[in-house]
Design a protein around this ligand. Structure first.
Ligand code: NAD
Length: 358
């Protein structure tokens, strides 16, 4: 099969990890007889430098015409002083909106080999962790009305949290569908004790749950959920939540798996189209030093093969190759604390090893 990918390397370590993702795909192509073509596109800080805007129209058009999109990371210190609406990260919001990517899927899996990298006590994680956070991505406070107004206490700034029934329903269905393929348990996270938008969220989630009688649904307030995630993370299967709570919870979930450099994500439309990217940012502190862990990006490729192209064997091969490289003791700096028997490797070498395993 032939697949046309829109590739946005972005800023910082983005281009470094993207190189290794393409290397992985090329070896999948060789092994399984597929051809992947890449159209490299600008977005983020590098786009600001070259075109004046963080999300050129050509990038959006090319993404829409591609079979799927791979994104490295966007942003960096260089552009940190720009006003909010001119910052590189706006490209992410723009892409989500333009491509109608309303569902963000973030698996948080603690690999057996990395159990020592988990900051939680061994008895809390005994038996491993396998959680998926399903986050609504194109609604809520990040996209609500925002602005400034004068008040007796001086200028006030506001951001409005709003969710419409259909927005909740479609993301809830993604979470319940996912639960059906896993342990059939959904935890919906909201703040229904305080927020009206959360009360509607909860009502609609309960309605959707009726369509999935096999799935157990429970509800947690966001403050409790953040505690439960570190106190007893093994209780979770699928976590369903809105945009802002999902932003926070998915990063917390990523920390308990050891390194943010291990975590892939998918942002999906109602069809099979998706944007696949690592959870981490552009890591300006290590950019250009061959220190970035490319596994999150490579595991995002596995998600792409599985969800958008339905290539299960190919996705399994990528995940297996990552696991084997870890089993053989190779570690990038984020996963290495000088342990005996482990070999410290850089971004390029670990990418080469994974491609070789495939
Ligand atoms: P970050 O994820 O870039 O980095 C946080 C820490 O994790 C850093 O110490 C970094 O070195 C480390 N890290 C991240 N990815 C790693 C990897 N693959 N291997 C090894 N170590 C890794 O988050 P930040 O520092 O808060 O943000 C840096 C920039 O990235 C900011 O401009 C931010 O807005 C942007 N950002 C972009 C995205 C995205 O493109 N989707 C997501 C988050 C942050």
């Amino acid at each position: 099969m032939q697949y046309k990918l829109a590739v946005i390397p972005g800023d910082g370590i983005g281009p470094e990890v993207m190189e290794q993702a393409k290397r992985t795909l090329d070896s999948i192509g060789t092994r399984f007889g597929h051809s992947f073509t890449y159209e490299t596109l600008l977005a983020g800080g590098c786009a600001i430098d070259k075109t004046g805007g963080c999300l050129p129209a050509e990038t959006v058009t090319a993404c829409k015409e591609a079979d799927t999109v791979l994104l490295g990371a966007i942003g960096g210190w260089k552009w940190d002083t720009l006003p909010g609406n001119e910052r590189p990260e706006q490209a992410l919001l723009g892409l989500r909106k333009e491509l109608k990517l309303f569902a963000n899927i973030r698996p948080a899996i603690l690999f057996e080999e990395l159990i020592d990298a988990c900051p939680l006590r061994p008895e809390i994680i005994a038996g491993g962790l396998d959680i998926v956070v399903v986050r609504e991505l194109t609604g809520g406070i990040y996209f609500g009305e925002k602005g400034y107004k004068d008040t007796p206490l001086g200028r006030a700034a506001y951001d409005v949290e709003q969710y419409a029934e259909e927005e909740v329903r479609r993301i809830a269905r993604v979470a319940f569908d996912m639960a059906m393929k896993r342990n059939k348990q959904v935890t919906s996270v909201d703040k229904a004790n305080v927020l009206e938008s959360s009360r509607l969220w909860r009502k609609i989630v309960i309605e959707v749950a009726a369509e999935y009688p096999e799935v157990t649904l429970n509800h947690l307030y966001i403050d409790n959920a953040t505690m439960q995630l570190v106190a007893a993370p093994r209780q979770f299967d699928v976590i369903l939540t809105g945009n802002m709570f999902g932003d926070i919870l998915s990063d917390e979930a990523s920390m308990i798996t050891g390194s943010i450099g291990m975590l892939p994500s998918a942002s999906l439309t109602a069809g099979n189209f998706g944007l696949y990217e690592p959870v981490h940012g552009s890591a300006p502190d290590i950019a250009g030093q061959d220190k970035a862990n490319p596994m999150a990006m490579i595991l995002s490729v596995a998600m792409m093969l599985r969800y958008t192209f339905g290539l299960t064997a190919e996705a399994d091969a990528v995940e297996m190759a990552v696991r084997q490289v870890l089993q053989k003791g190779y570690r990038t700096p984020d996963l290495y604390r000088g342990e005996d028997g482990l070999t410290l490797v850089g971004t390029r070498e670990v990418g080469r090893l994974i491609a070789e395993e495939i």
